[in-house]
Design a protein around this ligand. Structure first.
Ligand SMILES: [Fe+2]
Ligand SMILES: [Fe+2]
Length: 160
């Protein structure tokens, strides 16, 4: 993974998360257990992705580009909070075995779609441009070093 460009790795993670969410949506009225499993993996995965961005990727980009306050990473961080709220709304319904979360899902998909597009078109390519190979290896190491407890949380506690 450490040789891949940041844009490649993070786009692949967006795609992987999209597929998990689609599985949840397709299964929730057929097989709730299977849907839940996909949702939990999606939730942990998305939380990990956001921690990778906010704790590792964005600070490096802000440092190297000299753009922090009022820059694109600030907008992305704000959108992450909205994404988190949408995620929590669906999570509550999943916990209650209630499949009627279509509105919440639509809201999440809408926000996530434009958010990911902005990252893929603008931010990730820009990050690849401003970091050296050495710095990229350090970013991947820092991502690996993040303890699981930072993102494997459900209902603000431990595992689902
Ligand atoms: Fe993001
Ligand atoms: Fe992202």
């Amino acid at each position: 993974m450490s040789h891949e460009k940041i844009s490649v790795t993070f786009e692949q993670d967006h795609d992987r998360l999209d597929a998990l969410f689609t599985t949840f949506q397709q299964q929730k009225r057929k097989d709730m257990a299977k849907a839940k499993e996909a949702f939990v993996e999606f939730k942990f995965g998305l939380q990990r992705h956001i921690v990778w961005e906010e704790d590792v990727l964005f600070p490096k980009w802000e440092e190297n580009s000299g753009m922090a306050e009022g820059g694109p990473t600030q907008v992305m961080r704000t959108e992450h909070r909205i994404i988190g709220e949408c995620l929590e709304g669906i999570h509550q319904k999943v916990q209650a075995n209630n499949p009627d979360s279509d509105l919440e899902e639509q809201r999440l998909v809408d926000v996530l779609k434009s958010h990911n597009m902005k990252e893929e078109r603008i931010l990730y390519p820009s990050i690849d441009q401003v970091i050296t190979d050495q710095e990229r290896a350090e970013l991947y190491q820092a991502m690996k070093d993040i303890p699981e407890e930072r993102y494997r949380t459900c209902c603000g506690s431990g595992l689902a």
